[in-house]
Design a protein around this ligand. Structure first.
Ligand SMILES: [Zn+2]
Length: 401
């Protein structure tokens, strides 16, 4: 085993647990900030550590195009390249290929697509997506899947689900045969890496209690069809993975439908394995999904919204660009303990945004990330205290007595 997952407390369907990876422990349920191109936009890694981030998500598609897998591998893998000693999860590249490429061509073998950067032609297969993720060396990597578009009829959804299942088999087979090629294996044994002796210091402790390999998670598809979701879940579990993701959501469907699909699919995923819902959601949604028994989530929402001046607070969403904040000397969120809310006024944040200062993006992102991470900390705390009803009714109204 390359990861260990242990559930410490349950409250209703919610679980509070601990995921042990080769690069440290992750308390679950967890929200994973997205570091698309080996960077959570605007936030240095030491600050991410201070915020308590235990696991980051990297996008294989973006890193494959730039700087390239071989470059990252030669520099010792993604952890070392981006100077992030804690856990990382990479997606398979599938979702970006489907969402950023209108000219993609899907065959049984894989997907041909054009780079959104320069229009050059590329090909991803389950095998090459695994090779890329092994080269990047994240702790958790994802099977190559087809993200079914929305809406899709039943025949199309079924065909897409079947393709994802065949690709899951191929992903697992390639991973089993090549998982020893992870770059930090080479670093640990002192061979095959371009990293200098100097960099191979104690700054990058790897737990020796666990076999130093990556873990490959399977992905459930099946569109918005609950029967197909059940079938996809059961057959993915049959293939066998140390963790399972629910993919193909947040693709334009109504939010009630998202919840329904998550709830229906979770029933068929093993209770003792981590369950990851990809690409969700708002603060309310991540609380709700955690209450249903989801352990891991990721979303660009807090970071992307921040760059557009949209800030999540205990009093709801704020658009800091509004003129009403120009004279507001109060903190962004009086209930937030983050460094931004402790130090700066709404008027100053509004001024930075209106003046298009780089600092606006940095501070806004810091607050939104803190807000998401705090929200999940409260969820974990509530589960541990057995306060299921309190967080079900909305953590959101969190510190309010
Ligand atoms: Zn704050």
């Amino acid at each position: 085993m390359s990861i260990e997952f242990c559930i410490e407390t349950t409250g209703g369907r919610a679980r509070a647990g601990r995921l042990t990876t080769p690069h440290g422990e992750v308390e679950t349920p967890v929200f994973m900030p997205v570091g698309t191109a080996a960077s959570v936009k605007g936030v240095p890694q030491d600050i991410l550590e201070e915020l308590g981030v235990q696991i980051l998500l990297g996008n294989t598609y973006h890193l494959y195009l730039r700087p390239g897998i071989e470059t990252v591998r030669n520099l010792g893998g993604l952890h070392r390249f981006m100077a992030w000693p804690r856990a990382i999860l990479t997606d398979s590249g599938g979702f970006q290929v489907f969402s950023l490429n209108e000219l993609r061509k899907v065959t049984e073998e894989g997907v041909t697509f054009r780079s959104h950067l320069d229009g050059s032609s590329h090909f991803f297969s389950p095998e090459s997506a695994m090779a890329a993720q092994i080269g990047l060396g994240a702790d958790i990597i994802m099977a190559f899947d087809e993200c079914t578009e929305y809406p899709a009829d039943r025949a199309r959804t079924k065909a897409s689900m079947e393709l994802t299942l065949r690709w899951a088999e191929r992903s697992k087979k390639y991973f089993q045969e090549h998982k020893q090629e992870v770059p930090w294996k080479a670093v640990v044994s002192g061979q095959g890496s371009g990293v200098s002796e100097n960099q191979q210091s104690d700054h990058w402790p790897l737990s020796t209690d666990h076999c130093l390999t990556q873990s490959l998670f399977g992905i459930v598809q099946g569109g918005m069809d609950l029967d197909l979701r059940k079938e996809s879940a059961e057959r993915t579990v049959e293939i066998g993975f140390p963790g399972y993701a629910i993919g193909g959501l947040s693709v334009g469907e109504p939010r009630d439908r998202t919840r329904e699909v998550i709830e229906a699919t979770l029933e068929y995923l093993p209770a003792d394995k981590p369950r990851y819902v990809m690409g969700v959601g708002t603060p309310e949604e991540i609380v709700e999904y955690a209450s249903l028994g989801v352990d891991m989530m990721d979303c660009v929402m807090p970071t992307r919204a921040a760059r557009h001046g949209l800030l999540f607070t205990s009093e709801g969403k704020i658009s800091i660009k509004q003129a009403r904040y120009a004279q507001d000397a109060g903190p962004l969120d009086p209930d937030c303990g983050c460094r931004v809310c402790q130090r700066y006024s709404r008027a100053y944040l509004r001024h930075l945004y209106a003046s298009n200062e780089v600092l606006a993006q940095v501070l806004n992102t810091l607050h939104n990330l803190s807000f998401y991470l705090d929200t999940m900390r409260r969820v974990r705390h509530s589960i541990q205290l057995g306060e299921e009803s309190r967080f079900l009714s909305g953590i959101w109204s969190r510190q309010k007595p």
